[in-house]
Ligand binder design. Structure first.
Ligand SMILES: [Zn+2]
Ligand SMILES: [Zn+2]
Length: 280
């Protein structure tokens, strides 16, 4: 059996026009997944766009003066849809959830939403970085246009460490390898060993805070990172397709399961639970 997909977006995430909670539930049953968590985007940082950046037309309403402000989560609509799906698909465990972007920069809004939402799965993530010039913030991977790639990744991991230090109201750290998705081609290939100390620093803090590391499959997570997680005291992992449409649900999970097993992680007795280091 495949593990639960603990990080999925539906039509309730502003950047998922192809999302469908209903369709994702049906797909989960087809695949035999034990459970799925709908962790919708709560992107609290507005992004200053570069002048030549092209965005889909449907985001025009979110743009003003070259700044894109992601809309808030429609909590009522999301919860009604979740309730309908739970009723329609009783054989699937459906978790409510949220993916908080840079919650340590927006503590009041983040904690207010968590109190209102009572979510079962809270992910924290970093998607933003200070913009190159003129103040404001940019989507992290936009920084490859004007910053050496090594510095983009170092800054990302430093910000992730800061998040863990400054914000505690989350359970799982999402996509520690987010910048790798857009690592520039044509130059030096990405090598996790170039950032081993920075990774270990993040993982040590994450373990000390009692949090969970996500194995996100949008790009295969390097096995070294999962090995370092164990060595730094990490006790639990989740699997995450980060799907934005039903077809991407649990994508890459078989390879991710092999990787996790090779690093010594095993499912527990509860098929809905986290994976932990097996007994040796
Ligand atoms: Zn994310
Ligand atoms: Zn996501």
């Amino acid at each position: 059996m495949l593990p639960p997909d603990s990080h999925v977006h539906s039509e309730w995430s502003w950047d998922a026009p192809g999302g469908s909670m209903d369709g994702t539930c049906r797909r989960a049953l087809e695949l035999g997944l034990p459970s799925v968590a709908f962790t919708e985007h709560v992107d609290l940082t507005p992004w200053t766009l570069s002048p030549d950046e092209q965005l889909p037309e449907e985001w025009d309403a979110l743009l003003s003066g070259g700044v894109l402000t992601p809309p808030p989560l429609d909590l009522d609509g999301y919860r009604e849809c979740l309730a309908r799906c739970r009723e329609r698909y009783p054989d699937l465990r459906i978790l409510s959830g949220v993916e908080l972007s840079e919650p340590h920069w927006h503590r009041a809004r983040a904690t207010g939403l968590l109190a209102a939402g009572d979510f079962e799965r809270v992910l924290a993530s970093v998607h933003s970085a200070p913009a190159a010039a003129g103040g404001g913030f940019a989507e992290v991977t936009d920084r490859y246009a004007d910053q050496p790639p090594v510095e983009v990744v170092r800054a990302y991991l430093a910000e992730t460490a800061a998040l863990i230090e400054k914000f505690d109201s989350f359970e799982v750290l999402a996509h520690i390898d987010y910048p790798v998705r857009h690592w520039p081609t044509g130059g030096q290939p990405y090598d996790p060993y170039d950032f081993e100390e920075e990774h270990r620093h993040v993982l040590r803090r994450l373990a000390a805070a009692g949090k969970v590391l996500e194995v996100n499959t949008r790009v295969p997570l390097h096995a070294e990172v999962v090995g370092w997680w164990r060595e730094e005291g990490g006790r639990a992992i989740t699997f995450a397709s980060d799907a934005h449409d039903p077809g991407a649900l649990a994508r890459g999970f078989r390879d991710a399961v092999h990787l996790a097993e090779a690093a010594g992680f095993r499912p527990g007795r509860d098929p809905h639970g986290f994976w932990s280091p097996g007994l040796w």
